[in-house]
Design a protein around this ligand. Structure first.
Ligand SMILES: *Cc1c(COP(=O)(O)O)cnc(C)c1O
Length: 402
């Protein structure tokens, strides 16, 4: 395997520390597809474990003995037959990513990222996060015997903060947004030798999320859906799944058009939507961020241009839904038997919008991604975490120690 720049196409050697090309494009992992195709076949997959590591040939790990797995992947794909009667979609499914270890699809990215980190002998890992990435890092790091440091905005759902503490992470609340927490990680990366497992800061997270796309193809008997609706924040899910579909095509495992990719964001933090609507180059949302603390609240994704280019290449789109629509969708999803996080509910809200606009039609097969568990999002007032630390505490400890 090696790197290929998503922007200029230049190839370079795989490395854990490099993530950007000299042209500023994101480096993505490429594989020798002929070699992969010898062992990764429809038949060989039938014999494999029900985790994302069934696609090991398409994950950037040299030696299987370094796999750090808590059983992530192979999540249920549920057909919504009642909804199909009411809405004009030929088939509608929900991919139940909340069934992953730590209750969100972030488990996939961290299983891959920490397996690679283990292969490289890394002992200390850190991440900035809106919550689910932090708790996934915490769990996988502790399982792998590594030390973890997580920094989350202070309005992060309390149960997720508590989860990080329970998994043994050094957990800190930051006054600010996810990118403010990211600046702290950059300092710690230099000063404390932390391995930064932030979005697109190393190759594992996007590669791990790629398995959602591989799995979808296999679960649908190698026929991809027409439309995928996905709650987008940092973008590694969209980037990863698009890689998956391209690679499956190169392997000859799927044929025809690739799915139209739809990014859903919450109104108030919608840089992808704003860029798509402006038709210009990607621009981060510099101000007036006003949306709930969920995985979608990422005003400045590390490679927004790549996300926007994928949506456009797939003939997809980006849409914003309001907090009120998300709340209502959580309820109406619930009444169909699906317990959803705000992000998962946003895809249901987005689906209904796209039906109204006539963008989804009765010929379309549609997959919605329920990326996390409803129960992780109880309001703070109901949660008490003794001695939870803030970034200021960390600074004090750090300056005293050094
Ligand atoms: C992180 C997260 C997202 C955003 O996913 P990206 O792949 O980073 O765009 C969506 N939903 C949930 C629940 C998340 O935790």
């Amino acid at each position: 395997m090696w790197f290929r720049c998503s922007n200029c196409g230049k190839t370079s050697a795989f490395s854990l520390k490099e993530t950007k090309c000299t042209c500023e494009g994101t480096l993505l992992v490429d594989y020798d597809m002929e070699h992969v195709g010898h062992t990764l076949t429809k038949d060989s997959l039938k014999e494999r474990s029900a985790t994302m590591w069934r696609y090991k040939e398409l994950l950037p790990l040299e030696d299987e003995k370094h796999i750090v797995s808590l059983g992530e992947g192979w999540t249920p794909l549920v057909r919504m037959k009642e909804a199909e009667k009411k809405f004009p979609a030929k088939r509608l499914w929900v991919k139940r990513e909340e069934q992953n270890p730590t209750g969100s699809f972030k488990a996939r990215g961290f299983s891959a990222a920490l397996s690679i980190a283990k292969e490289y002998g890394i002992k200390k890992v850190a991440v900035n996060s809106n919550g689910n990435a932090a708790s996934a890092l915490a769990a996988y790091a502790s399982y792998a015997g590594m030390e973890s440091h997580v920094f989350v905005p202070s309005d992060c759902p309390g149960l997720i903060v508590d989860e990080c503490v329970q998994y043994g992470a050094n957990t800190f609340l930051v006054d600010g947004l996810i990118h403010d927490a990211g600046k702290i990680i950059s300092v710690g990366q230099a000063d404390q030798c932390w391995h930064n497992v932030g979005t697109l800061k190393e190759p594992g997270r996007a590669e791990g999320k790629k398995t959602m796309g591989l799995e979808l193809a296999e679960q649908l008997n190698w026929k991809l859906p027409d439309i995928i609706i996905y709650p987008t924040g940092g973008g590694s899910g969209i980037i990863g799944m698009w890689r998956a579909f391209k690679q499956l095509k190169r392997l000859g495992l799927v044929e025809g058009d690739l799915p139209r990719m739809v990014s859903v964001q919450e109104a108030g933090c919608q840089p992808i939507v704003d860029t798509c609507e402006s038709g210009r180059k990607f621009k981060a949302q510099a101000e007036n961020v006003d949306s709930a603390p969920t995985g979608m609240r990422v005003p400045s994704p590390p490679d927004g241009e790549l996300i926007v280019s994928i949506l456009s290449e797939s003939s997809g789109k980006a849409i914003a839904v309001t907090q009120e629509e998300i709340k209502q969708s959580q309820q109406s999803f619930g009444k169909q038997g699906i317990s959803s996080s705000p992000e998962g509910a946003a895809t249901w809200a987005g689906f209904q919008r796209l039906v109204e606009r006539g963008w989804v039609t009765s010929n379309d097969e549609v997959v919605l991604f329920n990326t996390s568990h409803a129960m992780k999002y109880l309001p703070w007032e109901q949660i008490n975490i003794p001695n939870i630390k803030t970034y200021t505490d960390w600074l004090k400890a750090y300056f005293v120690a050094s």
